[in-house]
Ligand binder design. Structure first.
Ligand code: 13P
Ligand code: SF4
Length: 354
């Protein structure tokens, strides 16, 4: 839908008034009305790396979700303030692993006598607390664009990995990219005593997957893949690794949002694509590449936005920018110092991956 011209004008004016004082980051899942004001767009890895790219900017306005804004705060200096235009923009997957649950899990691993062999690897989609836990226990953060490299690194440090909180990214990377078997993976359920696992199961596993998932990507099914292949002969199925294992196994290409964009940029005219990721991005890509003769459709028949990403809309962005332009700091995301120190350790291990 076209953006309200009055709000567009107000956002432009506030941004102009702020000049170099503000740096706007936008995740690829953001609405068109918001993404047009981003100085940089990217997947979660690129945005984490670029957050520190403008040290002269006093304010970083993060158009994305809470864990991304926290990561930006961790990776930037104290004098840079990170603002999330709507504090309710969380991530249901990140909420599936709390600090208490993860501490309890570590006790279970210790009881079973395996904790010493375990290296935690946490997906970027986790709270700063979980990142700090990861750093404290010698682990690293990963995103969907470097999960393979993070796991390779982790298996050089220890024999087992505790993968938090997305079971699908963990399983897909281990099985599809690294040749492990499904039997090498067990799922730790934080809502069951001992995670629902016996000590023997923990001892036998290589990958201990946290029972978390993305509800947006969880909507895609093997049926959606079969269905689109039948409807569009010759279609290439391209999905995000947060999709379930059977979907990823049936797809032709798998990767992060940035990878999805790069793949479509390189695709020949006349090619056909079904994309399994968030709908704002898929619609934008379909519109962008239609004139080049690339046919791009959404993998599922039902609509599938990320409702928390969508909370950042133009009215919230205008409010944040106008407040900052008036010298009022609103919606600051600030991680406490102790959490920050350990979380930073884990994030820096990721940034140092080969
Ligand atoms: P990427 O942009 O890193 O692929 O991540 C997708 C996502 O779900 C972020 O929440
Ligand atoms: Fe979280 Fe899924 Fe939304 Fe990404 S798409 S922010 S993983 S709920």
């Amino acid at each position: 839908s076209p953006s309200d011209p009055d709000l567009v004008e107000r956002a432009r004016a506030a941004k102009e008034k702020l000049g170099d004082k503000v740096f706007v980051l936008g995740h690829h899942y953001q609405r068109d009305e918001v993404i047009q004001f981003a100085d940089v767009t990217g997947d979660s890895f690129k945005l984490a790396r670029d957050a520190a790219a403008r040290p002269q900017a006093e304010y970083i306005v993060f158009c994305g979700v809470h864990f991304m804004a926290e990561s930006a705060d961790i990776l930037t200096g104290d004098e840079q303030k990170v603002v999330l235009p709507d504090l309710a923009a969380g991530c249901s997957m990140a909420d599936m692993a709390t600090a208490e649950q993860v501490a309890e899990c570590w006790d279970v691993l210790t009881e079973a006598g395996v904790a010493e062999q375990v290296v935690p690897v946490s997906y970027m989609n986790s709270s700063a607390d979980i990142k700090a836990f990861t750093g404290k226990h010698g682990g690293t953060i990963c995103t969907s664009s470097n999960a393979r490299r993070a796991l390779d690194w982790a298996f050089e440090q220890g024999e087992k990995v505790l993968f938090l909180p997305d079971q699908h990214l963990g399983r897909n990377t281990a099985v599809r990219d690294m040749g492990m078997s499904l039997e090498d993976c067990v799922v730790y359920n934080p809502h069951k005593p001992n995670g629902g696992l016996t000590a023997d199961e923990l001892r036998g596993a290589k990958m201990i997957l946290w029972r978390g998932h993305c509800s947006v990507h969880g909507r895609f099914s093997l049926d959606s893949v079969d269905d689109v292949r039948e409807r569009i002969p010759g279609v290439n199925v391209l999905v995000h690794p947060e999709c379930r294992h059977e979907v990823v196994a049936a797809a032709d290409y798998v990767g992060s949002t940035e990878y999805i964009i790069k793949t479509l940029e390189a695709a020949p005219a006349g090619s056909k694509w079904a994309i399994g990721t968030e709908l704002n991005l898929v619609r934008r890509l379909a519109n962008r590449f239609a004139p080049e003769g690339k046919e791009i459709v959404f993998l599922d028949k039902t609509v599938c936005f990320c409702s928390t990403m969508n909370r950042i809309d133009l009215p919230h962005l205008v409010w944040a920018l106008e407040s900052l332009a008036e010298g009022k700091l609103v919606n600051r995301i600030e991680v406490d110092k102790e959490t920050e120190a350990f979380a930073k350790l884990a994030l820096e291990r990721m940034l140092a991956l080969p």
